[in-house]
Design a protein around this ligand. Structure first.
Ligand code: HEC
Ligand code: HEC
Ligand code: HEC
Length: 225
């Protein structure tokens, strides 16, 4: 470099803010794109440590038609899988039920990068996770019990009002006669829902909705037996 060129060089640093600006813009745009992608079911399939494909399939199944559950068993009517039903009827995404709370996502992200997590798989079905229930999902979202489903934006009603909705069924599943059950005791997200009351009430067996399983049928599935 000649001395003349060196003298000219003090101009250079002025470019730095431009470069920082461009990089910042790229980060913002990429970040926004990432965020939008993060909202898509395909994100879960691409990023997660365990393939989410079986869950994606249950979610994309068409109510009114036969489908398969997360374990690969046939479901005679996909409407009985709560995730499929909510996608079709309410355009719900994975994150509408699996509520993304920032603090949880940050700690999940850190654990994912550092490998500090344990994946508990189902013994019978390779690569499918052990089943959860509404309770951990509710806790993770910071909501109160029942609020995962019974909330302003999803089902704005009390348990009593919910029981009124199904009062004209031959057997009312929402009447709290015995214990107060988690919604997911019956409404299964990624497999056929199970009519819990059929364990003891034959009337409930006669009132089985399309695609649903009785307790006996559900108990015969290899994964739950
Ligand atoms: C209508 C609400 C809803 C939607 C939509 C939904 N899930 Fe779920 N998901 C649940 C519930 C509830 C459970 C707890 C298990 C159960 O009760 O069936 C669950 C459980 C899971 C589990 C834990 C393993 C298990 O079998 O319990 C995974 C993984 C999962 N969902 C992934 C997904 C992915 C991926 C999507 C989107 C493609 C999705 N879910 C969409 C409600 C939903
Ligand atoms: C004992 C089993 C059981 C439990 C527990 C249960 N449900 Fe249901 N639910 C059913 C059955 C059976 C139906 C009828 C489904 C059908 O016809 O496809 C139903 C239907 C519904 C419907 C549709 C009602 C309508 O307008 O026809 C909603 C909404 C609902 N349940 C929400 C919930 C919520 C929220 C919870 C938890 C607070 C819950 N359920 C707990 C069995 C249950
Ligand atoms: C473990 C067995 C068992 C299960 C599971 C069960 N019940 Fe019952 N239920 C009984 C028995 C026994 C009675 C009669 C004695 C009593 O009233 O406690 C009864 C009585 C009832 C009654 C009073 C009217 C009648 O038919 O005698 C209602 C309503 C009822 N159950 C609803 C339900 C609903 C809804 C579910 C599912 C959420 C359910 N039960 C699940 C055993 C069960």
């Amino acid at each position: 470099m000649t001395t003349e060129e060196k003298k000219a060089s003090p101009k250079r640093p002025k470019k730095a803010p431009v470069i920082i600006g461009v990089v910042a813009a790229i980060v913002v745009v990429a970040g926004a794109g990432m965020w939008v992608w993060h909202e898509q079911p395909s994100f879960c399939g691409a990023i997660c440590h365990v393939p989410m494909d079986p869950y994606l399939e249950t979610y994309e199944a068409e109510p009114g038609q036969a489908g398969t559950d997360k374990w690969g068993n046939e479901v005679t009517d996909a409407a009985a899988m709560t995730a499929a039903y909510h996608r079709a009827e309410a355009d719900s995404s994975c994150l509408d039920c699996h509520t993304p709370v920032l603090s949880e996502q940050v700690s999940e992200g850190i654990n994912w990068v550092s490998g500090n997590y344990e994946v508990v798989l189902n013994d019978t079905y390779d690569g499918v996770l052990l089943e959860r229930s509404a309770s951990p999902l509710t806790e993770a979202s910071g909501a109160e019990k029942d609020e995962l489903c019974l909330n302003e934006s999803c089902h704005p009603m009390t348990r009593e009002e919910l029981a009124e909705k199904t009062a004209d069924r031959a057997f009312n599943p929402h009447v709290i006669q015995h214990d107060k059950l988690d919604c997911t005791t019956c409404h299964k997200a990624h497999r056929a829902s199970v009519y819990y009351c059929t364990q003891c009430h034959d009337e409930a067996e006669d009132d089985l909705p399309a695609g649903w399983l009785s307790m006996k049928e559900a108990g015969a599935l290899p994964a739950t037996a």
